[in-house]
Design a protein around this ligand. Structure first.
Ligand code: GLY
Length: 353
């Protein structure tokens, strides 16, 4: 897989102009959702090349990350003269970069695209690493391809307009990057005051976080081995997310990951000796900032069922990535049903639900 260029922007228009110049194309398309069309597009629409671009607008939020929206984007591209030599810019959160990346990578067998993520979650995770796709048949990101953007332009100015919940959602993925990297990065993430943000410091942390992800993706772009490190907190996190969806509760992805981290670090402590004090400090941070997703023991079987459907599993075995220490990654771990029930008991006792 070719390597995308990730640029931490100082001047978005200038960085975008040179990115576009280095991607020869016949026609330019910009994909936005109804929110980013209003809030983010004006930041680049003074550029001459954007004024000439065709803008495709889709519905916002995960509910539109589906086949229908994808078909609409393909149709818009086709109806407005896109060829294999066209270029698409995806301006938005993870839904826009995932769906837009997939639309671009499949239209006429693939056109080039540039991601401009506008949420923290998209900056540190979704837009980097070449995973693209849509939800299908009730399952998240069920259909997609690995196909990297040519450029990912990160402008942390967008974060100044993001509400705290969306910031925290992205921050959970940063915390995960801290856990899988170094003790000093993990510790500075726990110290950062998310309620009184120092944006210069956040920009530095975001750059470091993205670098951690990029280093891992470069070693294993197709998730055969070490890229599974990025799944810490996600096996149980996805189960929480699916249960919330089923109960019509709106839970942001990063919140589910944070609660998944509580569970999976506890299991790391039990199974591979993750230090108890670091478990306690991480759990405390998550409890204080993310609150709790309340579950009761009647929902254990349903949560277990969701875990058995996780696409990271093989041969029916639930796949976990555990941590022996901060930075000591143990991929391809499994858990019995009894162990999973014990983890959920710990979650309820510790989080007070
Ligand atoms: N979101 C995890 C990955 O990109 O592999």
């Amino acid at each position: 897989m070719s390597k995308q260029k990730v640029i931490i922007c100082h001047d978005l228009s200038e960085n975008l102009r040179s990115a576009i110049l280095s991607c020869p194309h016949d026609k330019l398309f910009v994909l936005v959702d109804e929110h980013t069309r209003q809030l983010c597009l004006p930041l680049i629409s003074n550029m001459e090349c954007i004024q000439q671009a065709y803008i495709i607008t889709i519905g916002a939020e995960d509910i539109h990350k589906n086949l229908e929206t994808l078909a609409y984007v393909w149709k818009e591209l086709g109806d407005h003269g896109a060829t294999r030599h066209s270029l698409m810019i995806n301006l938005g959160g993870g839904m826009v970069t995932d769906l837009g990346g997939f639309a671009a990578s499949t239209f006429k067998r693939g056109i080039q695209y540039i991601n401009i993520p506008t949420t923290l979650l998209a900056m540190v995770d979704a837009s980097v690493g070449g995973k693209t796709g849509i939800n299908f048949n009730g399952l998240k990101n069920e259909i997609g391809v690995f196909s990297p953007a040519k450029y990912v332009l990160l402008d942390t100015e967008f974060l100044k307009t993001l509400d705290t919940r969306n910031l925290l959602s992205g921050y959970a993925e940063m915390l995960k990057h801290g856990i899988i990297s170094t003790e000093s990065h993990w510790a500075e993430l726990l110290k950062f005051d998310i309620n009184h943000i120092d944006y210069e410091e956040l920009k530095r942390l975001v750059a470091q976080s993205v670098q951690i992800k990029e280093d891992i993706v470069e070693q294993d772009p197709f998730e055969k081995g070490i890229r599974k490190a990025l799944n810490v907190g996600h096996t149980i996190g996805h189960a929480f997310e699916s249960l919330a969806l089923e109960l019509n509760q709106h839970v942001l992805h990063g919140y589910a990951v944070a609660w998944g981290i509580v569970c999976e670090l506890y299991y790391s402590f039990l199974k591979v000796g993750f230090p108890k004090d670091k478990l306690r400090q991480t759990v405390q941070f998550i409890k204080e900032n993310y609150g709790v997703f309340t579950i009761d023991c009647k929902q254990y079987d349903r949560l277990y069922e969701f875990m058995t459907h996780d696409k990271k599993n093989s041969a029916g075995i639930i796949n976990f990535t555990l941590m022996g220490e901060i930075g000591d990654i143990r991929i391809n771990q499994s858990a019995s049903k009894e162990e999973i029930l014990d983890i959920l008991d710990f979650y309820r006792e510790t989080m007070g639900c």
